[in-house]
Write a protein that binds this ligand. Structure first.
Ligand code: GRF
Length: 190
């Protein structure tokens, strides 16, 4: 099963997927491309580190969405990889109906909270500020309902007395790095 990853930033989840593939822990899944909407993002380094195609795709003029000819170019580039799965791993743009319809039931996202709590940006900070005792991360299918598609799997993370936001972020990210490769392996039919 071909996997295309879309990301915008650090790329630690994409890196974990590539490490899992290298170590035999990604089932039948093979990462065939990493596409990024920012020219300078560290995620692009994965191309060199893992010998996978990793490149910038122009997202067009808007900061948080993908529309028109730019959306079409994303769809074409992804379709060319014949993906069985498209993984949004820190892709900081809303994907809309044409994009979602191009890959029906094949787009998943990782979000750093136990959805449906704390949708949107800064989810770890939202949970920390709210004072919940348990947060975590979620992998879900992507629909037009932002952070609202069917949940595939979750991992819980406890917020300890005297925790700092930085420490909590590190534990949530560690949970993401465990959760996502397992989900991709399962979806590949192992
Ligand atoms: C992760 O926390 C993910 O849940 C969220 O964006 C972050 C991406 O981190 N959607 P990275 O680029 O994978 O390191």
């Amino acid at each position: 099963m071909n996997v295309v990853i879309l990301g915008s930033g650090k790329g630690s989840n994409a890196r974990r997927l590539l490490e899992a593939e290298r170590d035999g822990g990604l089932g039948r899944a093979r990462v065939t491309a990493v596409f990024c909407d920012r020219t300078e993002a560290p995620i692009l380094q994965l191309g060199k580190d893992f010998g996978v195609e990793a490149r910038f795709l122009d997202p067009g003029p808007y900061r948080t969405k993908l529309t028109g000819e730019w959306e079409a170019a994303y769809i074409d580039s992804i379709e060319a990889k014949q993906p069985g799965l498209v993984v949004l791993a820190g892709f900081m743009r809303v994907v809309k109906k044409p994009f979602i319809r191009a890959f029906p039931g094949k787009i998943i996202n990782i979000h750093p909270s136990l959805l449906p709590s704390f949708k949107g940006l800064n989810a770890i900070g939202q949970a920390f500020d709210y004072g919940v005792r348990i947060t975590g991360c979620t992998v879900h299918y992507v629909t037009e309902d932002i952070d609202g598609g069917p949940i595939i799997d979750q991992e819980a993370v406890r917020i300890e007395e005297g925790d700092t936001l930085e420490a909590l972020e590190a534990r949530v990210h560690a949970a993401e790095h465990r959760l996502l490769p397992g989900v991709v392996a399962r979806l590949s039919g192992e």
